[in-house]
Design a protein around this ligand. Structure first.
Ligand code: PMP
Length: 354
């Protein structure tokens, strides 16, 4: 730390992203990226748009929001486009959190929420998931705090039904409820159709997972016009050009080929089912996932040991050094070939330890 660093950030503990190693080629099952490339139109659109890079991007993302509107059936004035969904989450903590409007979220959930809270000096409370890692909606009823729920949740992969989300939103009318749907396309039910009914609901999504665009950074928020106006106030005070030209062009092209991505989501779900079955046969406890990853513990080897041994064999998974989940690893679902390699590696590790 330099002597110039502001005291207000001195105790900040930044988010630690999953590793992106360069030392050799790994089978990457650690950051929930898609194993599939973007759809064919995307490359062409990006290449064409690159001829316009001398010009700033459209701060209003008009064309992109119109295309979004067609695919998601949400009016363009009820959405905001951002640099990954991390950015809309950050904007939401900035816009809606302060000393009198604290946040609540699960103890086991996306690790960026507490970082955003601390970055913005927003007080927060974590609410313990049940022993089986499911979230009890009763714990969130009328709590008088802003709420963030990843649904489906990460890293557990578990999903709440839309009715439970609706009850939580309805019971906290004076607070914003943010539903982070980063993984919804792999089997969840989106809350976006409720935004017309509840002025306190913000639904957050991303192109990083089901739309194979993690590297382009494109996220979005759906909410009533009031919430979107607030978020835009923050956005225009940070970076009006938060979505760059190449990313906007890629997003528009991807939305034109929506079926391509929905088909890939089905493949991921089939691969997930196969992998969960094979891991269970090997004695793993596997949580029922509605995402593009599995959260599993082996019972034979601790989470960190398994992570290391898989890494030695060229396969990266994610381990979290957090008390309640340290026996688990989170495994992104890749191609069938990658999942077979994972299962073979696990068999190999178990054979070695016999
Ligand atoms: N929410 C959840 C639950 C996530 O797991 C992630 C991915 N790390 C994000 C949001 C952010 O994704 P992105 O910024 O790439 O849209």
């Amino acid at each position: 730390m330099s002597r110039f660093f502001s005291e207000k950030y001195a105790r900040l503990e930044p988010y630690v992203p999953g590793e992106q190693p360069r030392d050799k080629k790994y089978i990457k099952l650690n950051t929930n990226e898609s194993p599939f490339p973007p759809s064919p139109l995307v490359e062409k659109a990006v290449s064409e748009e690159s001829r316009m890079l001398q010009l700033y991007s459209d701060p209003e993302c008009r064309e992109l929001r119109e295309k979004m509107s067609e695919v998601f059936c949400i009016a363009p004035d009820r959405m905001i486009m951002t640099n990954g969904s991390d950015e809309v989450l950050q904007f939401a903590f900035m816009a809606f959190g302060d000393q009198r409007h604290s946040f609540a979220f699960a103890d086991i959930t996306y690790g960026f929420y507490p970082v955003f809270a601390r970055l913005n000096h927003v007080p927060y409370e974590t609410i313990r998931l049940k022993e089986d890692f499911s979230l009890d909606p009763q714990d969130y009823m009328g709590i008088g705090k802003n709420i963030v729920i990843a649904n489906p949740n990460a890293p557990t992969g578990l999903c709440l039904p839309l009715s439970a989300i609706e009850e939580i939103v309805e019971s906290n009318p004076d607070n914003v409820v943010i539903v982070d749907e980063a993984y919804v396309d792999f089997g969840g039910e989106s809350a976006r159709r409720l935004i017309g009914q509840y002025e306190n609901l913000l639904v957050v999504g991303t192109f990083s997972k089901s739309r194979s665009m993690a590297g382009a950074r494109l996220g979005f928020g759906f909410g009533n016009q009031g919430l979107i106006e607030d978020l835009n106030k923050i956005r225009y005070s940070n970076n009006p050009y938060n979505v760059n030209r190449l990313t906007a062009a890629a997003g528009i092209a991807a939305l034109k080929e929506n079926e391509y991505y929905m088909h890939k989501c089905q493949i991921i779900q089939a691969n997930r089912q196969w992998t969960a079955g094979r891991l269970e046969e090997l004695g793993f406890w596997v949580l029922p996932s509605k995402t593009n990853f599995l959260f599993a513990s082996s019972g034979r080897i601790g989470g960190e040991g398994l992570y290391r041994k898989l890494r030695d064999r060229g396969i990266l998974v994610r381990h979290f050094n957090q008390e309640r989940i340290k026996e688990y690893v989170r495994i992104t679902i890749g191609t069938m070939e990658e999942m077979k390699a994972l299962v073979n590696a696990v068999e190999d590790i178990f054979a070695d330890s016999e």
